[in-house]
Design a protein around this ligand. Structure first.
Ligand SMILES: [Zn+2]
Ligand SMILES: [Zn+2]
Length: 303
């Protein structure tokens, strides 16, 4: 599981920061979290290509989070994409994509499925699923958690054989977590022949938001929390008024959710010096860093 920060600016791009977008590579799949203006160029810089299974998850309908979509849809056609593309987002995303297709004449080579969603499970894959919840912003906005399922522990064939379970269908049963009977009638449990299960990884992305309880719930024990920090700690009122956060607000959420690492993003163009921006937040949650464009994080399995 790998996260690449394609754009880390708030509201509008600056020379150093592109408009909001994060790419999550999970196995052979690609998830784009938001799609700000210029996202496809940032993808080219990061050498991230469109995958057969690509999904775009939009947090909300502010321009800085969606205006990169039309360009990406056109480029996929220029590359003669044939695999379907799924786009998820709050109410309004379907009309936006439809208007783009009606007015910009690029002729799609692939089907687009646009799904307007609220809170809950967004979609499920074999290895992971995505959950959403409403955040606290000036318009309806969703946060997304990408949650890998726990993986069964390592299977030890010799142990199974020594307990009277020869290679065959019963090995599969044990690996699926079921108890079986040996030829001598002895009960053999998965724990007898397998190592401890491996905890799945988790990445939570808030999009634009003030601090809220849904983030704590969705980010619980996450490996990586990517949180709004549009304003610095001296501008708390501005942050709350406009549905945004400060580094210290985000750090308190990270602490409460017991995440492993916090990355602050959606940084207003007025802040450049990273130390003064995050210093106070680190007193609340030490594993806090400020996102930069093209920064990547590999999230490894804990065992
Ligand atoms: Zn924004
Ligand atoms: Zn916004």
């Amino acid at each position: 599981m790998k996260a690449t920060f394609l754009g880390t600016a708030g509201s509008f791009p600056t020379p150093k920061r592109g408009a909001p977008a994060v790419a999550i590579q999970i196995g052979s799949q690609l998830i784009l979290l938001d799609c700000g203006e210029g996202t496809q160029r940032q993808m080219a810089m990061a050498r991230i290509g469109f995958k057969t299974r690509t999904r775009i998850l939009i947090t909300h309908m502010h321009g800085d989070h969606v205006l990169g979509l039309p360009g990406i849809l056109q480029t996929m056609s220029l590359f003669s994409r044939i695999s379907p593309l799924q786009i998820y987002g709050p109410e309004g995303i379907a009309a936006f994509v439809e208007a783009t297709q009606e007015t910009v004449k690029f002729g799609l080579t692939y089907p687009i499925e646009v799904v307007e969603i609220g809170e809950g499970i967004v979609y499920e894959e074999e290895d992971y699923f995505v959950e959403s919840a409403f955040m606290s912003h000036s318009i309806p906005a969703l946060g997304y958690s990408i949650i890998e399922r726990n993986r069964p522990g390592k299977f030890y064939p010799q142990k199974a054989a020594s307990l009277g379970i020869p290679e065959g269908p019963l090995w599969g049963e044990l690996q699926k977590g079921r108890t079986v009977l040996s030829s001598e009638g002895r009960t053999v449990t998965p724990a007898d022949v397998m190592g401890p299960s491996r905890i799945g990884r988790k990445i939570m992305y808030t999009g634009d938001t003030s601090p809220n309880d849904s983030t704590v719930r969705l980010a619980r024990d996450a490996d990586l929390l990517i949180h709004d920090a549009t304003f610095d700690d001296d501008s708390e009122h501005k942050a709350l008024e406009s549905g945004h956060s400060t580094p210290s607000y985000a750090a308190a959420i990270a602490r409460d959710a017991r995440v492993k690492r916090l990355v602050l993003t959606h940084i207003s163009g007025r802040y450049s010096e990273s130390d003064s921006f995050v210093n106070r937040a680190r007193d609340i949650f030490s594993e806090t860093i400020m996102a930069e464009d093209l920064m990547t994080f590999e999230v490894y399995l804990s065992r």
